[in-house]
Design a protein around this ligand. Structure first.
Ligand SMILES: Cc1cc2nc3c(=O)[nH]c(=O)nc-3n(C[C@H](O)[C@H](O)[C@H](O)COP(=O)(O)O)c2cc1C
Length: 313
């Protein structure tokens, strides 16, 4: 594989493990990097010293390039960026906000910067501000989401910018990977399927909930607060729905979600935990090693292309 993303990062396969708050620990990121893709530690809302520890751990587990995903809404974003500039992982991906003001310092430190975008305008802005690539994430994804689908967002972003585009959201197998490349992407980012990897240290109940999920189980809550999140349907999402429909205050709705992902990830609480996952959860049917997951995306590419040819000829 020799896409622009592979060349930019010095990786074997053009696949990113998307940063996932709580879920994307050093263990997961390092396993993905060792498997030939690039893993991202999620900084989430963690304080800077925790992020530094995680970077040290990843360095001890792999000598391949790995990255850190920074959630721009984190109260510790300033200190986390400082730690990253000192520790120099290969790449930084950013979610939930505009990393523009940090880009010059990150690039100065030799770190590749790859913001997650959900619109053409944001992709263009990030390119203008000096990003090395953008991750165009469709609404099929797990976690915090935008409006547009991967199917319509990726080609528009690919047409609008010169820098490489990584497609994210709903890419669960080699058919999705081929589709992403057909839409103009140079690489793919996967979150949900990596939750179900052997190396992910999420609670077994969370992994099994993803394995068991059906096509319409990944639902969106929080639209009324302006911060929509996709997670598997359970008691928590039903309670969100009830509060949102009853016209509860922003604070009341927000309070319900506090600690939700930790409850799912650490305690395995499948009822009141936030089982964040994308629509592709329904296509994940087993727990595998990261290396096997990565191979399954790319080993199947030729047969997908053969199928396309046989349909079109
Ligand atoms: C549990 C979970 C947590 C996530 N947390 C973050 C995050 O902290 N920052 C971020 O940029 N994206 C986050 N995402 C999005 C992923 O990085 C990735 O783009 C997305 O999962 C890709 O779509 P998929 O779930 O369909 O594979 C999260 C996704 C999940 C499932």
């Amino acid at each position: 594989m020799n896409t622009r993303i592979c060349k930019l990062l010095g990786i074997e396969y053009p696949i990113f493990q998307g940063g996932m708050a709580w879920v994307a620990t050093a263990e997961l990121a390092a396993a993905v990097s060792n498997g030939g893709g690039i893993g991202f530690i999620a900084a989430g809302n963690a304080p800077a010293d925790v992020v530094r520890e995680q970077i040290h751990k990843a360095k001890s587990l792999t000598d391949k390039p790995f990255g850190v995903n920074v959630m721009m809404m984190s109260p510790f974003v300033e200190e986390v960026m400082q730690v990253i500039i000192e520790e120099k992982p290969a790449a930084v991906a950013t979610g939930a906000g505009n990393p523009g003001k940090y880009i010059p310092a990150l690039k100065e430190a030799g770190i590749k910067v790859m913001p997650v975008v959900a619109s053409v305008a944001m992709a263009k802005k990030m390119e203008k501000d000096g990003a090395d690539a953008v991750i165009a994430e469709g609404t099929e994804a797990g976690g915090h989401i935008g409006e547009l689908t991967t199917m319509v967002l990726v080609p528009q972003v690919a047409d609008a910018v010169e820098i490489p585009v990584v497609a994210a959201g709903g890419i669960a197998d080699s058919r999705g990977a081929v589709a992403a490349f057909a839409l103009g992407a140079d690489g793919i980012q996967v979150g949900t399927r990596f939750i179900c990897s052997c190396e992910c240290i999420a609670h077994e109940n969370y992994k099994q909930a993803v394995v068991k999920a059906k096509d319409r189980d990944a639902v969106v809550t929080g639209r009324s607060t302006g911060a929509p999140v996709r997670a598997l349907k359970n008691k928590l999402t039903r309670e969100y729905d009830r509060l949102e429909k009853s016209g509860a205050s922003f604070e009341e709705i927000e309070a319900l979600g506090v600690g939700g992902l930790r409850k799912a990830f650490t305690d395995g609480d499948t009822q009141m935990g936030s089982l964040m996952a994308g629509q592709s959860a329904a296509m994940v049917d087993k727990i595998e090693s990261c290396a096997d997951i990565i191979k399954s995306y790319f080993n199947g590419v030729e047969s997908v292309i053969e199928t396309i040819n046989s349909k079109l000829n």
